[in-house]
Design a protein around this ligand. Structure first.
Ligand SMILES: O=C1O[C@H](COP(=O)(O)O)[C@@H](O)[C@H](O)[C@H]1O
Length: 243
């Protein structure tokens, strides 16, 4: 499991941008398209802005890239909390990505229906037997959640491959998340984590005793590659050999 630890958050973002470009180029060369599940929250905004900027924007055949969302908040697409809105502002609009290449969660539906509809959307995009993202981007909360797989929620024990609704008690709100079995079918998963406030969670998820109810990101064990892109502050609690 490669760990890419860099001195600054800026260096981490460039490292992941280079990895994204390489994955996109390989996927387009091999299969004619690149499917990516985007992460939300705050950390990826700068990554998305970077990808939409020279030299990265010139290195990807963006018209062959298909964008999904690893999780979504149960809010309208115009809401400041919306992961879709963030991705649109930072990445999709600056690159003038066509709507036909973007697959948002339909948050106009009740959460359970939105999750069912998103499962169908994913099934329709991929071949029936293989819902496989080329790349899943993930973040990590300071409580060790990833996507919207929050501690002590029933979705952590979901065995189906798809999207599910989850009520997140600490947010007092529903979210829609891809399930761990679906995320784990990816050809590659890349975590982006920076900042000292994430150091304990990084340590618990990578080095701690397995306890997925407490540390949900431990569920992520993809069939393909798993990479962690960390700054030194986020990697601070890892032993030197690991980082
Ligand atoms: O709520 C969320 O949080 C995680 C982590 O976000 P970050 O801003 O702390 O990096 C994110 O990966 C997820 O997509 C998002 O909905």
């Amino acid at each position: 499991m490669p760990l890419h630890v860099h001195a600054s958050a800026e260096a981490v973002l460039h490292s992941l941008a280079e990895y994204f470009v390489a994955q996109a180029q390989h996927a387009v060369a091999d299969r004619g398209r690149f499917s990516v599940a985007l992460s939300g929250g705050n950390s990826p905004r700068k990554l998305y802005e970077l990808l939409a900027t020279t030299p990265y924007r010139e290195q990807v055949a963006w018209d062959q890239v298909y964008f999904f969302f690893g999780d979504e908040r149960n809010v309208p697409p115009t809401d400041p909390e919306s992961n879709y809105r963030m991705a649109r502002e930072a990445l999709l609009d600056p690159l003038t990505i066509a709507d036909s290449q973007v697959f948002p969660v339909d948050t106009a539906l009740p959460p359970a229906e939105a999750a069912e509809a998103y499962t169908r959307t994913i099934q329709a995009f991929f071949a029936p037997e293989e819902a496989i993202f080329d790349l899943v981007l993930l973040g990590l909360g300071d409580n060790s959640h990833t996507a919207s797989l929050f501690p002590h929620t029933p979705v952590l024990h979901e065995t189906s491959v798809g999207a599910r609704e989850v009520f997140v008690e600490e947010k007092k709100a529903f979210r829609i998340t891809l399930t761990a079995p679906l995320l784990n079918q990816a050809r590659a998963v890349a975590f982006l984590v920076y900042g000292a406030d994430k150091a304990a969670a990084v340590h618990q998820v990578i080095q701690g005793t397995r306890n997925v109810d407490e540390f949900p990101a431990q569920l992520i064990a993809p069939a393909g590659e798993l990479h962690w892109f960390l700054d030194m502050a986020a990697a601070a609690a890892l032993p030197p050999a690991a980082s």
